[in-house]
Design a protein around this ligand. Structure first.
Ligand code: FES
Length: 82
């Protein structure tokens, strides 16, 4: 079974790995659960997705990473293109 390709967004979505924190996602975002049901992101130009697993509001970050001292700082390999 082939899936219908998604239309290309007008601008690319940018995902930034925050030091010791969430994934910051900016752009035209469609966020779905495993059943295909979407979160209402109306009016949100960006969201932060939990990367630590400690949030009470997953998949969104609620700041628990900072309160609990979670640490994970990763950098892209090679030259910084940003
Ligand atoms: S990354 Fe912020 S609560 Fe998990």
């Amino acid at each position: 079974m082939s899936e219908t390709p998604l239309p290309l967004p007008a601008a690319p979505v940018t995902i930034t790995v925050r030091p010791n924190g969430p994934l910051r996602v900016e752009g035209h975002i469609i966020l779905k659960d495993v059943d295909g049901k979407e979160w209402d992101l109306t009016g949100k130009p960006a969201i932060s997705l939990c990367r630590c697993g400690l949030s009470e509001k997953r998949p969104f970050c609620d700041g628990s990473h900072g309160r609990q001292g979670w640490q994970c700082n990763v950098m892209a390999p090679g030259e910084n293109l940003g």
